[in-house]
Design a protein around this ligand. Structure first.
Ligand code: SAM
Length: 229
């Protein structure tokens, strides 16, 4: 059999942010598993990659998972991409990796084709010590949320989380309640895209900034909180 699953990092916005190896691997694969085939097709069109695609996401039905398993049983060379960045970082990629490992063990070679991630992109411009940091992914909407904000307030490590445009003010309001005003927050919005911006300030300053310019409450956000000194 000897099938391969390549986990391929793709751009987080700017389609030029892709490695030569990623382009080659996507071109040579028998099938590309995508979170959203329409998103991935834009990338494939730019690099004239004609590899067939198949959708794979958190809610894939058993029948779809069986179809994916069949690819590996046939010894296919499969690539996995997510909508943006590195599969497995707060997206369904890690679920597939664990399913494939559990079912096929060493019969499927799983390789990483590293590339961009919103996490490393924002940390690279933060100008904060990131020898140690804690990544929280998306924050819980209800259970454990308040406790988490209290933990963030006491953290001696830089903290990072992903946020949606609809919830960013709510999160800043929760942060304003628990953080001293001198604790710096850095928000990376639409990184690598046309409306890329980096907003820096206290929770209160950032709330004012975003509410005064509601047009900037769109797109994709990553939030960093400076460690407690
Ligand atoms: N796997 C991806 C990665 O490696 O970054 C992350 C997937 S997660 C489902 C999507 C979240 O990542 C978005 O809601 C946003 O918080 C963050 N994100 C992705 N692209 C971004 C960008 N260009 N600028 C800022 N945040 C981004």
């Amino acid at each position: 059999m000897l099938a391969t699953l390549s986990i391929v990092g793709t751009p987080i916005g700017n389609l030029e942010d892709i490695t030569l190896r990623a382009i080659r691997v996507l071109g040579e694969a028998d099938v590309i598993l995508c979170e959203d085939t329409r998103m991935t097709k834009k990338l494939l069109a730019k690099y004239e990659i004609a590899t067939p695609t198949m959708s794979y996401h958190m809610h894939s039905k058993i029948a779809k998972v069986e179809k994916i398993f069949a690819l590996f049983e046939e010894g296919k060379n499969v690539a996995l991409v997510s909508d943006a960045g590195t599969p497995g970082i707060s997206d369904p990629g890690s679920l597939l990796v664990s399913q494939i490992r559990e079912k096929f063990g060493a019969e499927v070679t799983i390789v990483t084709i590293p590339g961009p991630s919103a996490l490393t992109a924002v940390l690279s411009i933060a100008g904060l010590p990131v020898t140690e940091f804690t990544f929280l992914g998306f924050l819980p909407h209800k259970k454990g949320r308040e406790t988490l904000f209290k933990e963030i307030a006491l953290s001696k490590r830089t903290m990072v989380f992903y946020e949606s445009p609809h919830r960013v003010i709510k999160s800043l309001e929760s942060l304003a309640k628990v953080l001293a005003p001198e604790r710096k927050i850095i928000i990376g919005r639409e990184l690598t895209k046309i409306f890329e911006e980096v907003a820096i300030g206290s929770a209160g300053e950032l709330i004012s900034r975003f509410t005064e310019h509601p047009d900037t409450l769109r797109g994709e956000f990553v939030v960093i909180i400076e460690a407690l000194n």
